[in-house]
Design a protein around this ligand. Structure first.
Ligand SMILES: C=C(O[C@@H]1C=C(C(=O)O)C=C[C@H]1O)C(=O)O
Length: 285
């Protein structure tokens, strides 16, 4: 049976995918589906994809159906560098304002709602739209962008008077915890049937992360620069602010996020983090 792997089309996830041996995986009938997180979250839920990086919020919604790959995530402690609220007003003044949310995200849109309500006691009106800064700000006081859309907006915004807030920075300021934006999950139903293919994929992703960290992301950045603006220093800085591990302190941050998602009615239960059997101990199946 083929194994369909979701691949988030943002630069932030690249270290987990950049070095996977795609021809080796193709021989094992493993193929990739590149898409934005919101699309992959849904594809995973409906079984169009079987495994891959998804929004950590989506794991919280469907955790009973999924298992996590250990020690892989997209997290940050403080600034994340690509999840921004762009606002015509200071954040404290957003009560009653209308805010446009990117249709590509799940974790960050709920994180924004939590930050505003829980930390600033702000009630706002939200609408979900395509991630285009100028368009979003036409009829809204503020907008949330993530991933490469947020980085592009950072470079292209012509309004110097916009306030900009990094959600990772605000989260850590108020909680002193890291935030985990993406996790790597597999559908339990496929795990039962495709254990060895899933295991091959996990080893490749783990290896990709380790190699990326070992070489300081440099060959990858050279490649990124052919597609995006930004000099070496910009991208080195960006990756230095991201954390690809998923360990005790990330668990605490994510657990707190889930508790607040539950408190605000975004999820029905506070999920347990459940890892693919044995991986956490042996890293093999
Ligand atoms: C760090 C980021 O994390 C992303 C944010 C996500 C979300 O908000 O649902 C999902 C996957 C992550 O890759 C980013 O997009 O900048």
């Amino acid at each position: 049976m083929p194994l369909n792997v979701g691949e988030i089309t943002y630069t932030n996830i690249l270290p987990l995918y950049y070095y996977v041996n795609r021809s080796k995986l193709a021989k094992n009938d493993i193929s990739f589906v590149p898409q934005v997180p919101a699309h992959l979250n849904l594809a995973m839920k409906t079984g169009v994809i079987d495994v891959g990086a998804i929004s950590s919020f989506a794991y919280g919604q469907n955790y009973k159906e999924y298992e996590l790959f250990p020690d892989l995530s997209v997290s940050s402690f403080g600034k994340v560098g690509s999840i921004f609220l762009f606002s015509k007003l200071p954040i404290e003044k957003l009560n009653g304002a209308s805010i446009a949310l990117t249709s590509s995200s799940a974790t960050s849109v709920h994180l924004l709602k939590i930050i505003l309500k829980e930390f600033y006691s702000i009630n706002a009106n939200y609408e979900t739209v395509k991630p285009e800064l100028q368009q979003m700000l036409k009829s809204n006081e503020a907008c949330l962008l993530i991933g490469d859309d947020a980085i592009e907006a950072l470079w292209n915004k012509d309004d110097e008077n916009l306030y900009m807030y990094d959600l990772g920075e605000i989260w850590t300021k108020f909680t002193n915890l890291p935030m985990t934006f993406a996790v790597v999950a597999v559908r339990k139903a496929i795990l039962a049937k495709e254990r060895s293919a899933v295991s091959i994929l996990f080893d490749e992703m783990k290896e990709s992360k380790e190699l990326s960290l070992r070489n300081g992301f440099l060959p990858m950045i050279k490649d990124i620069k052919t597609k995006h603006r930004g000099n070496y220093r910009f991208w080195e800085n960006y990756f230095a602010g991201l954390d690809y591990h998923f360990q005790e302190n990330q668990f605490r941050g994510l657990q707190h996020y889930y508790e607040l998602c539950f408190k605000h009615g975004f999820i029905e239960q506070v999920p347990k983090l459940s890892f693919v059997n044995d991986y956490a101990h042996t890293h093999s199946m």
